[in-house]
Ligand binder design. Sequence first.
Ligand code: UDP
Ligand code: MG
Length: 315
Amino acid sequence: MPFYNEEEILRTSINAFIQKLENLKSKDLVSSDSFLVFIDDGSVDSSFEILHSFINTNNIIALKLSKNVGHQNALLAGLEYVCDKCDCAISIDCDLEQDINKIDEFLYCFRNGCDIVFGVRNNRKSDGLFKKASAILFYTLMNIFGVKIIKNHADYRLLSAKALRFLSEFKEVNLFLRGIFLEMGLKSAIVYFDVKQRECGKSKYSLSKMLSLALNGITSFSTAPLRMIFILGFLIAICSGIFGIYGLAVAIFSDSVVPGWASIVIPVYFLGGIQILSLGIIGEYLGKIYKESKSRPRYFIDKVIISKKLKVVSD
Ligand code: UDP
Ligand code: MG
């Protein structure tokens, strides 16, 4: 569970997760060594202190990242950390919007041989208008650009040790987690759940974080925008060819040619727009290659605190 500045809800959610873990243990769905991992994504409020007060009396591991690196990277830090420490791991947000009681079903699927279980929300009734509209836009764009993605699946999912190992093979810096699991070719299942409204605290996904996630999703999995520039450029080249021949013919065969303002200015504006748009898209990919070529670390784990109750886990 990655979290960022969640002091309003963290106490409630840690208690809920501890209770759920005990419940799963009592049903023998997970081993008694099972543990919770919280990743503090560089919170600047009292979230980490709240978490700290729970550690030693519960099966909890706390990872504190040195700065805010965003939900996806924080989640990755947690998944990479547990990769060789578990049979399977379930990722979930810490705001209790996702129904934690569905974890039982996730585990049944795992026991039936699934390596990945995707939690998919039944509907978006609890979302505000902005979230609904941005989700529609996001999935439409993904569809247009041919990115394979499970609709309404966020990062509530189970991954087996094998899937976690496969994940560690993906070395890209701009990791779009929701897109890569379908690429693995592992046996998967879907579990549907109802979304609850956040009891307290605000969404930590700002508009800019959401836009960056969407752009990352498209440019990480699709080169369709580059192909579209090529097609657009090709069509414009044909049109300008025809226009050029027409202009030449008029200039040669007619002697009443008055050069028009519109015919000069409109193509200038139009082509200027297309060129800038195209450069922007190319720049987007170039920026990605630039970042990938530097292969910078995606996060820094500043501190690892392991509960004394957990003897089987070594950091
Ligand atoms: N989160 C994070 N780092 C960030 C932003 C969000 O770790 O930079 C966490 C957040 O605390 C929560 C999860 O990611 O546990 C999902 O975020 P949120 O609930 O704010 O997103 P929403 O549900 O509104 O899409
Ligand atoms: Mg949320």
